[in-house]
Design a protein around this ligand. Sequence first.
Ligand SMILES: [Zn+2]
Length: 429
Amino acid sequence: MSNVFVIDSDYKPLNPVHPARARRLLTQGKAAVYRRYPFTIVLKRVVDQPEVHPLRLKLDPGSKTTGIALVNDTNGNVVFAAELEHRGHAIKDSLDSRRGVRRRRRNRKTRYRKPRFQNRRRKKGWLPPSLESRLATILTWVARLCRSAPITALSQELVKFDMQLMENPDITGVEYQQGTLQGYEVREYLLEKWERTCAYCGKQDVPLQIEHIHPRANGGTHRISNLTLACEPCNSAKGTQDIAVFLAKKPDVLKRILAQVKKPLKDASAVNATRFALLERLKACGLPVECGSGGLTKYNRTTRGLAKTHWLDATCVGKSTPSAISHKGVVPLLITANGHGRRQMCVPDKYGFPEKHKQRRKTFLGYRTGDMVKAITPKGTFEGRIAIRHRPSFRLGKVDIHPKYMRCIHQADGYEYTQKGVRNAPPHV
Ligand SMILES: [Zn+2]
């Protein structure tokens, strides 16, 4: 288990403690459980001028999952880790279905109206709702963690590769394959530019090598515009031939490669609007924000011998990453964003025919859908999220349980939590 967050009775965040220490504080009655997820205890006294060790909150934002890690920069300990599963896709799906329903209804019911065209304006900095939700969930968690741990700095992965580092000819000229930081940036850039395929045969999911279009032996340079990716057989087949000779029988491939080579650097680096918007909002939190590139993250992760998971990626974001990372015993908290339910009052069947009508009330007998409960019943003990029914038994997983057996352990907050052993980590990359 990861460390336990501690706050004092003035809600001041203190140093996170080992679970054993927390258990002792709880059994001695010096503290009480404040929050279940992430596990936080509250001391029953005020600590004047506590001696806290500052922590750094590191984020690796992704489209589906965001890695979160709390790292102590001075000793390299990972204090807490989480993986936040976004619901951007769910939002997109429900907006699409709403659009479909509306379209059908308006076609059915309304007189002809002239199409309204380009008569709406969006605010500056507007993002589609699916992306907005990703930002909002990340910011929610930044704020939550700042309330329960002494966080003094933030780190965020901003771009996939560092353009400046690559365009500097001093750096691109040397050791591009020797595992230096520049090598990683170049590699990430080429993978993105050549879409992770062999330029010559188009194979995917094979180990790719960096390949000189104009061969080194004939005076080709290490410049990024002379590099591409090729699988091992293609690379050795080409050898020191000129590309025009090697691809003499495949003129269309030759044409495509030469066209792709000329594409300027800027086009290839898809600027991710969400990440920049996130940076702006993180800066507004008032803490210093450090930015890192994906190439740097990969370099840090590989040199520190860590596996590829979202939370370990987050641990390795940025230049501030300590030279040795210790994450013994840290199990990431898996957080899934589920939203806060719907406002839909009428539930139609699959043909759109109104079937059920919901009650306006969201709570029943003091519970609401999404509450995490522990139920000790004559049939056994159950734990999980409930779905309320307007009858004296609620759904918990696949069983119906009367609320008299239930004890709420975490009130619905739009997220689902799991903390079991480490999820099957993909092999070391
Ligand atoms: Zn190939």
